[in-house]
Design a protein around this ligand. Structure first.
Ligand code: PGA
Length: 253
C-alpha cells in the first residue's frame, strides 16, 4: 500500500534557532500520536539540515533537502551534491519545485539529470511539477503536467519508481491563498496515475504516492486529502507553524 506523506517545505525561512524551535515543536506535538501509514517530512534550508536532523532524531520526522546539484563534486561554487546530502544521513530530496524552475531556470532536462544523480546515490526524490495559470485557463494543464513528468522521469526503469514521490503543485495555488478545489486535485492526480500506469503498469502506478501542494492549510486539508488519488501534501506557508503543520498531519488520518 502506498504511503501517505505530509511534507513541509520551509523554503528560505528560519535561521538555525527558528529551525530548531519549529522542529522541537513538531517533535513534541507528534509524540505519542499514531500516524496511520503516514510519513512526516520536513525540508529546511541546507545550513539547517544537520541541526533539524539532530532534533528529529528518534522521532517520526524525516528530514529532506530542498534541492541539490546534479554533479558529484567539483568547481560549482555555491552548490551541494547528492553525496553531501547522504553523508549527513539524508534520505530524500525535493526536486523540480516551481520556484527552482521559475527563478533558477531549472528545465525538465536538468531535472532529469538531478533525478538520476539523486537516485544513483540512494536518495528518494520528491518530484514537483504543475501548470501555471495561463496553462490552466487555456486548458493545457494536462499536457503541461504530462510533459513535465515524462521529460524528467519516464526514462527511469520501473524499479527506480520505488524511490519517486510525485508532488502536483499548480503554480497558481502556491503561496497565493488560492487552492485547487479537491475535485481539481483529484482530477489531476487521477490523470497522473493514469499516465504512469500507461507508461509502466497499473500496479506500479498504484504504489506511487502523489502529493498535492499549493495553499494547503488546516482548514482545507481534510477535504483535499479525502480524495482517492491524493496521498498527502507538500506544504509551504502552513508548515512554518508547528500547530498548523500538525493539524494538517491530523487531517490525513
Ligand atoms: P504553499 O507552498 O503551501 O505556501 O502554497 C507550497 C509549496 O510551494 O510547496
Amino acid at each position: 500500500m502506498r504511503s501517505k506523506i505530509v511534507a513541509g517545505n520551509w523554503k528560505m525561512n528560519k535561521d538555525v534557532t527558528g529551525s530548531k524551535e519549529l522542529a522541537n515543536g513538531l517533535v513534541a506535538g507528534l509524540k505519542g500520536k499514531t500516524l496511520n501509514n503516514t510519513r512526516v517530512v520536513v525540508a529546511p534550508t541546507f545550513v539547517n539540515l544537520t541541526a533539524v536532523k539532530e532534533v528529529a532524531e528518534g522521532s517520526v520526522i524525516e528530514v529532506a533537502a530542498q534541492n541539490m546539484h546534479q554533479e558529484k563534486s567539483g568547481a560549482y561554487t555555491g552548490e551541494i551534491s547528492a553525496e553531501m546530502l547522504t553523508s549527513i544521513g539524508l534520505k530524500s530530496v525535493v526536486l523540480g519545485h516551481s520556484e527552482r524552475r521559475e527563478y533558477f531556470g531549472e528545465s525538465d532536462a536538468l531535472l532529469a539529470e538531478k533525478v538520476n544523480a539523486a537516485l544513483a546515490n540512494g536518495l528518494e526524490v520528491i518530484f514537483c511539477f504543475g501548470e501555471v495559470l495561463e496553462d490552466r485557463k487555456s486548458g493545457n494543464h494536462f499536457s503541461v503536467v504530462e510533459a513535465q513528468i515524462s521529460n524528467a522521469l519516464f526514462h527511469l526503469d520501473a524499479a527506480a519508481w520505488g524511490s519517486i514521490v510525485l508532488a502536483y503543485e499548480p503554480v497558481w495555488a502556491i503561496g497565493t491563498g488560492e487552492t485547487a478545489t479537491a475535485e481539481q486535485a483529484q482530477e489531476m492526480h487521477a490523470f497522473i496515475r493514469k499516465i504512469v500506469a500507461d507508461k509502466y503498469d497499473v500496479a506500479l502506478a498504484q504504489e506511487v504516492s502523489i502529493l498535492y501542494g499549493g495553499s494547503c492549510k488546516p482548514g482545507n486539508a481534510k477535504e483535499i486529502f479525502s480524495k482517492e488519488d491524493v496521498d498527502g501534501g507538500l506544504i509551504g506557508g502552513a508548515a512554518l507553524q508547528a500547530e498548523d503543520f500538525i493539524a494538517i498531519i491530523e487531517a490525513i488520518q
